[in-house]
Design a protein around this ligand. Structure first.
Ligand code: SF4
Length: 470
């Protein structure tokens, strides 16, 4: 069974990070709930580190948040400042050693760090650190950041972070804690999201997505700015520009697929953006059809938008099984055709005899789409048109999203007409890059679109994507 078939044939999420500074509150439990809200961003490992004024306590492990933490684990994490992390491995193997937060001792005391994003110059930094005596215990690029902080941070942590930001290239949203302080850092291009909120009765929260602020009852204050360092301690919240930002390059795929629809990031609500993408798609490709159905869940908002703009009824035509988790036993070779059907089952009564527009967010490898189209035909649809609320994915991501190697990206290998024939659809339509950007109005230049255009905001080595292993 190929891995992608049950994972929805989608790019894999990167990581989710969360931090809270709230003396007098149960910061471990707040972080636990925050990570729960960010679970969609990573399901391989989870961890929480808590500062109590004297030291940092840590609990982390492999699995979902609910699997990693028992009540007793949370009760032992007593303190007033905490960070947390959920991970999907984009660099470094899926192993307990790579689980975050990373916690270490250095000349300045104890430090914990959780990272979302990928560095693009990790091989160079790693070999530089190696040659001058650094040791590594994990294979994550996050440990490179830790080593740099330790090297620069003999007395002044903020100064060390600013020096690090000169060295670091690529994508990094970070939450950092000391025994008594919380810090949040966003790279100068602000590839990955990070926002800031305030708890009722005092205290601050930082999180990858605003849905995590809502979950813990925090009020959204603002997004962390590109290149900004936010420091939260007993003196309150202070902020400084750690590095100059040449431009913004927020990951546009966050809006297409990764982020939760109830999150608002850098001024745009994800659900609203997806709906608008569907509307633009309907204007670009007004298919004559009887029904619009989504591929749940990531295609749902765009399908609604398409249906509204096209004046075609919206229906739920595919039922999703929501209980297929990480520990699901994969079908054996002779049962592999069950793969997609275990996750999505068509509603024959809705579909039979109808001309159907099926809306999905993106097409990455194409394996799931051909099975979905086959299931539609089994149900007796008259026509099935696959409409995609994103342009063709033709390049890999080097900034923290696993979009597969280019050789596996079907749109990098084949033109749309060939893909249409391959998946046996009556029509295959992609949202244009112009159409996608039009959704963001005058902020259209604030986004990274490299996986659709090959226009990488930070230079990447396309030959050595994961070549930093020691
Ligand atoms: Fe996002 Fe694509 Fe840019 Fe990666 S390359 S940051 S997935 S828009």
């Amino acid at each position: 069974m190929e891995k992608g078939a049950l994972r929805g044939d989608k790019p894999k999420e990167s990581c989710g990070i969360f931090g809270v500074y709230a003396p007098g509150k149960d910061v471990a439990r707040l972080t636990y709930y925050g990570l729960y809200a960010l679970q969609h961003r990573g399901q391989e490992s989870a961890g929480i580190a808590v500062g109590n004024g004297q030291r940092i306590l840590l609990h982390k492990g492999m699995g979902l948040v609910a699997e990693v933490f028992r009540r007793r684990d949370l009760e032992e994490l007593q303190g007033f400042v905490a960070i947390g992390h959920v991970r999907y491995s984009t660099t470094g193997a899926s192993s307990p050693l790579n689980a975050q937060p990373l916690v270490f001792r250095y000349a300045g005391g104890m430090l914990g760090l959780a990272h979302n994003g990928n560095l693009t110059n990790v091989a160079e930094l790693r070999s530089r650190l190696f040659s001058t005596g650094s040791v590594f215990q994990s294979t994550t690029d996050s440990e490179v950041i830790v080593n740099l902080i330790a090297r620069y941070g003999q007395s002044d942590l903020v100064g060390a972070l600013m020096k690090c930001m000169i060295d670091l290239k690529g994508a990094y949203s970070l939450v950092i804690l000391t025994e008594k302080r919380l810090m949040a850092v966003r790279d100068p291009f602000a590839f990955r999201p990070l926002c800031l909120g305030e708890l009722p009765g005092g205290g601050y929260v930082v999180a990858s997505e605003s849905c995590a602020l809502d979950t813990v009852g925090a009020r959204w204050l603002r997004d962390v700015n590109p290149g900004e360092i936010v420091i939260i301690d007993e003196g309150g919240l202070t902020s400084l520009q750690g590095a100059i930002s040449p431009r913004r390059a927020h990951c546009i795929f966050e809006y297409i697929y990764f982020a939760r629809p109830d999150s608002t990031m850098d001024g745009f609500n994800v659900n609203r953006v997806r709906r608008e993408m569907g509307r633009v798609l309907a204007q670009e490709y007004p298919v004559r059809a009887d029904l619009v159905i989504p591929v749940p869940d990531s295609g749902t908002a765009a399908a609604r938008g398409y249906a509204e703009a096209a004046g075609i009824p919206f229906e739920e035509g595919l039922m999703k099984n929501r209980y297929i988790g990480r520990t699901f036993i994969q079908p054996s070779q002779d049962l592999r055709d069950l793969g997609v059907r275990l996750k999505l089952n068509p509603i024959r009564e809705v579909l039979a005899g109808k001309r159907v527009v099926m809306v999905d967010d993106s097409l990455v490898r194409g394996t799931t789409s051909s099975k979905l189209v086959a299931m539609m035909r089994d149900c007796g649809v008259a026509e099935v048109h696959l409409c995609l609320a994103s342009p063709p994915v033709i390049r890999s991501c080097y900034y923290g999203i696993d979009t597969s190697d280019e050789a596996e990206l079907i749109a990098a290998q084949k033109p749309p007409e060939e893909i249409r024939r391959l998946i046996n659809a009556d029509g295959l339509y992609y949202l244009s890059i112009e159409g996608l950007l039009s959704v963001f109005g005058d902020k259209r230049h604030n986004f990274c679109t490299a996986c659709f255009t090959g226009d990488y905001p930070v230079p990447v080595d396309r030959t050595g994507k994961f070549s930093f292993e020691p």
